[in-house]
Write a protein of this length. Structure first.
Length: 226
């Protein structure tokens, strides 16, 4: 089965520039992309995360975010980190635009920046939460398994990639890109497993497949004496 493409740094910059220029809601779409690219969040998790998950009551952004078991695949709680400056800046801008437009706000601007803490962080263009769909897949035992997925946001993220003319890109391209970057920086497969929320190492390995072109480039660099 064909795998989603991974992004080079220049492609990520291009993706964000195109999204900022042509998206109808760039202040929302840029943080959606960056949460996948820098925090390895699944699209459905991004759709389900709430304001109080990312903000302290004081309104400050949390650096460490606990994803509740109820919103993760496999119902396993895990932590992610808002350590990337661009992701934090994009979230700040988006939250500021929500406050300015009074999207799901309260009468108390001193708590959670005036946003309803239990409201979804990412809202649709009509200011509602994204709908979850019940899908089915075959489990490793061969039996059918039902799971919830945000198909509409997944389709939208894939469209953002394609608007930037990035071929073979899918909604989980961001997660796979971050996994490959971690390995390129010397991280072990076990380290990559932690933010991926996979219980088995074998489930991580498909994210780390090396293409023929990448192997060719590596050998060319190793033996380039010029």
């Amino acid at each position: 089965m064909a795998q989603a493409t991974t992004f080079q740094p220049r492609q990520i910059r291009h993706l964000l520039r195109v999204t900022s220029a042509i998206s109808r809601h760039p202040e929302r779409d840029c943080p959606v992309l960056l949460l996948g690219l820098t925090a390895r969040m699944r699209v459905t998790e991004i759709a389900e995360i709430e304001v109080e998950d990312v903000l302290f009551p004081s309104g400050a952004l949390r650096e460490e975010i606990s994803l509740r078991a109820a919103i993760t695949r496999g119902c396993r709680q895990r932590c992610i980190y808002l350590a990337h400056a661009k992701a934090s800046e994009a979230l700040d801008r988006y939250l500021g635009s929500r406050v300015a437009q009074r999207l799901r706000t309260t009468a108390d601007p001193g708590r959670y920046r005036g946003l309803k803490p239990a409201s979804k962080l990412i809202l649709t263009h009509k200011c509602y939460k994204f709908h979850l769909d019940t899908n089915r897949r075959v489990s490793w035992t061969g039996g059918p398994v039902e799971y919830l997925a945000c198909d509409s946001l997944q389709s939208h993220v894939t469209k953002l990639y394609r608007d930037a003319i990035i071929r073979r890109s899918l909604s989980h391209s961001g997660r796979r890109t971050m996994a490959l970057q971690l390995v390129a920086q010397g991280a072990s497969v076990e380290t990559v497993q932690l933010p991926s929320a996979h219980t088995k190492l074998n489930n991580v390995r498909p994210y780390l497949a090396v293409s023929r072109q990448r192997l060719s480039d590596m050998f060319a660099q190793c033996y380039d004496t010029h």
